[in-house]
Ligand binder design. Sequence first.
Ligand SMILES: [Zn+2]
Length: 221
Amino acid sequence: MSAIGYIEEDEIRVKARIFLYGKYADAPLAADIEAEINRMWNQPLVVIPVPDRYLKVRFQVRVEAITVEEAKQKMRENRSHEVNFVRVEDANIVERSMMGMGLGQNSGHWLITDQLGQSTTAAHEFGHALGLPHPRQLDYRGTGYPPLMAPRGTLVDAIFQWNPLAEPGAFGGTMKPVHRRVRQEEIMEVLARAVQVEGNFIIGEISNLYFDEMGNLAEPV
Ligand SMILES: [Zn+2]
């Protein structure tokens, strides 16, 4: 995803717009995804010291459903890092929700079967879009809630497993994604990867990739 962080009052406001298109793009889904992303990314308090004051980081993400034709039109015209496009369908060629062809892309293909807006998957994919990879560490036992960018299969304390009674790493003995939480260091990493232009933080890329129903790249014509 791409986004822009603006210094306004005593905050760095990270703003992004996500346009949903495809079979499952509708207003209730957009509202759920918007609520999940803003709730999760605003949970940690991150304060950045600058000369003579402190700036608090706040995420302001808006999600809206549009038609496939409207999405194609906007992709052809978009020159803003704040704008992102996500197709929502029930299947795709990689069999999971994804953001573009690499980190920091403003275009994705997500699966409705990932309980978007209820499961932390939308907020996790948003993290990839902001440029974050999966962490190298895959064992978070003894450290509290697992971080948002932890992938499936990560080892966690028993209460965060699919089945708290399972042996760590055995069937049911890995992280249930709903327990992920954004950590302060994940937000610091997003800002560290940003490019500063005229005092603003430019995050991610403008790729404007159009995906067909199954998640193949196609020309937006
Ligand atoms: Zn991931």
